[in-house]
Design a protein. Sequence first.
Length: 62
Amino acid sequence: MRPTDFLAFLSGQELMIVGVLVLVLFGGAKIPQLMRGLGRGMGEFKAGLQEGKEAMDKSLEG
């Protein structure tokens, strides 16, 4: 399952409500900072998964 698969279950109206809530809770100035942090976190997570896969492949090879 891809991380974006959950978006298939949300309609346009629900996404708009979520967007408004994020805007109200964090303010317009904080949103770019939050998205940047989210992107970095996802990148680090993917890198960690790749490292784990490489380590497992290496240990299985012998």
